[in-house]
Design a protein around this ligand. Structure first.
Ligand code: ZN
Length: 574
């Protein structure tokens, strides 16, 4: 019994300490353990999970296996322990453990013979799981349910997984499993399908702040306002990390924690520095910029941390330029105000341009021999960037919200024009900044011969004539989206035949002229068909005799024909 509690303590002790302060901190009970939630209601930021579990108790519908998935340090094993207590609590408290009865206390102090915590990372082999299968056979001694909590279950070996699966397939009624994992995607689907899954969320800054505040108050520590935010952002959504950082800060600073001391200890680059950097960039103050970089260097901040921080700072500025402004930022109110003021002096497109470059720096700096020199050179380059260079490129990004060059053309290629073409250019995308690939994409339409030779691939479910007819209007609509007459032409036809992936559109004979135009634009029509039916399709056009129900208009005076003649400068030859 004593041995197991030692091992369990080790598992719990996975709280990350900064190596320098670990020894100091270990002399007292770490905050994460001291203030570990004891009831479902006390688990912060995971109400969607804990409420579901409470409801399950109320309805007496407890699953026999749970999977708790989510990032590290957000309450998965804590919730597992509460669940284990709730299952075995001697007081009937509607799902919430009393934390006072013998069972609750034994489980809380890891003394229970029937609630076993297994670390999947260090007990990942088949032997351990076989051992577990042996244990499963026996009924619990003092409690209702034997509960196996397997942390980091995705670390188990394949063989161990398979052995576990056998147990999960025929679970004895007195056994409950609670698996926790940070990587649910690595858990076998056969295991997943036998568990009730709950996804734990990364904690918001506000949640972490609330948790920290309670602890700091209980510990009688004075903490400067902005330190909460500093810890919150550093902990990146993990309450355990946040409390561990608080542990380190208390060890480092005593009971009065200032921002200055905290940034120093945590090696965090103060936001002042980033504001100074962007201020210098704005006025192309090169020496000011170099001064800031020297400070980064002299204070021993890692270059990669600097680039990450600058990236985040630029993004915050960019967000602050938006309609909802700095309110959207996950920062302290002070900083919100600062971003709000600073952003008024920036144009979004310049910030996007900086972000682009800083993101590139992020990957490049890992490969260079002299990161300090590289950083200085890149930052000076950033300061010298002419804000007009890529404006049209960025405007495209801003206006469409779409990246400029996607591999699949969003716009259809420009219509193929007969020799005497003149207008219709308005239909094609703006020519100036067109990347070369996109022009290439539109080429197939220029070579109908070659296209005919293309073999139509014939995998996937067959398309039926009916389904094409049903969605015909949608297809026509898609073709029309580009604001051309092609859609109007197409609307005079109707699907006549579908064989494999070839869709044949029939037209009354009087639309012969339109047919020629459509044939030259068949690629654009195929693209619309593909968008509607999500498969590669070829299109053909045929004239159908005896389909002249409304022949009141002759070819040459039909409005559509007139429009064609106008557009393409053609003339009727028949
Ligand atoms: Zn109890």
């Amino acid at each position: 019994m004593g041995e197991r509690s030692v091992r369990n303590a080790e598992v719990e002790g996975s709280i990350p300490f900064g190596s320098t302060f670990g020894k100091l901190v270990l002399s007292y009970q770490v905050l994460a353990r001291k203030y570990r939630p004891e009831k479902f209601q006390d688990v912060l930021g995971q109400g969607h999970v804990t409420q579901t579990l409470l409801n399950a108790f109320e309805r007496e519908r407890i699953a026999h296996a749970y999977l708790f998935a989510g990032p590290r340090g957000v309450g998965k094993t804590t919730t597992a322990r509460i669940l284990a207590k709730a299952l075995n609590c001697l007081t009937d408290a509607n799902g919430n453990p009393c934390n006072e009865c013998n069972n609750c206390q034994e489980i809380a102090s890891s003394r229970s013979m029937d609630v076993l915590e297994i670390d999947g990372a260090s007990n990942r082999g088949i032997d351990e799981i076989r051992n577990l299968r042996e244990l499963v056979k026996y009924s619990p001694i003092n409690v209702k349910f034997k509960v196996f909590i397997i942390d980091e279950v995705h670390m188990l070996t394949q063989a161990a997984f398979n052995a576990l699966l056998k147990t999960l397939e025929e679970p004895p009624p007195h056994v409950k499993f609670i698996f926790a994992t940070t990587e649910a995607n690595k858990v076998l689907p056969t295991i997943l399908s036998r568990c009730q899954r709950h996804d734990f969320h990364r904690m918001s800054l506000e949640t972490i702040r609330a948790g920290l505040e309670a602890v700091v108050e209980a510990e009688n520590v004075q903490m400067e306002e902005s330190v909460y935010h500093l810890i919150g952002t550093t902990a990146d959504g993990s309450m355990r990390d946040a409390l561990s950082l608080a542990d380190q800060l208390i060890a480092f600073c005593g009971h009065s924690i200032t921002l200055e001391a905290a940034t120093e200890m945590l090696g965090i680059i103060p936001s002042d520095l980033f504001f100074s950097i962007t201020d210098a960039l704005k006025v192309k103050d090169r020496s000011g910029l170099l001064d800031q970089l020297t400070e980064v260097h002299e204070k021993g901040f890692a270059q990669t941390d600097f680039i990450n921080g600058l990236n985040r700072h630029l993004l915050n500025l960019l967000i602050a330029t938006g309609e909802k402004g700095a309110d959207l930022l996950d920062v302290t109110d002070d900083l919100k105000e600062r971003y709000s003021t600073a952003s008024s002096e920036w144009k979004a497109r310049d910030l996007i341009r900086y972000l682009d470059h800083v993101t590139k720096m992020e990957s490049e700096i890992k490969r260079v021999q002299q990161p300090k020199v590289f950083l200085e050179a890149m930052m000076l380059k950033l300061a010298e960037m002419d804000s007009s260079v890529e404006i049209s490129d960025l405007l495209d990004k801003l206006s469409g919200g779409n990246p400029v060059s996607t591999s699949q053309p969003v716009k259809a290629p420009p219509p193929q024009l007969p020799p005497k073409e003149k207008p219709a250019v308005k239909d094609s995308p703006p020519p100036k900044e067109e990347p070369p690939q996109e022009e290439k994409v539109s080429e197939p339409a220029a070579e109908p011969e070659q296209k005919k030779a293309d073999a139509v691939s014939d995998s996937g479910p067959e398309l039926s004539l009916d389904s094409v007819r049903q969605k015909w209007e949608e297809v026509v609509g898609k073709v029309s989206e580009n604001g051309t007459s092609i859609g109007t032409f197409l609307s005079h036809g109707e699907p006549a035949e579908v064989t494999g992936r070839r869709v044949t559109i029939g037209f009354p004979e009087r639309y012969r002229f339109q047919l020629d135009v459509l044939k030259k634009n068949s690629r654009r029509i195929e693209m619309s068909l593909e968008k509607v039916f999500h498969k590669e399709l070829k299109v053909d056009f045929v004239l159908q005799k005896g389909n002249e129900s409304s022949a009141e208009l002759s070819n040459s005076d039909h409005p559509v024909t007139q429009r064609v003649l106008e557009l393409f400068g053609g003339e009727m030859t028949n």
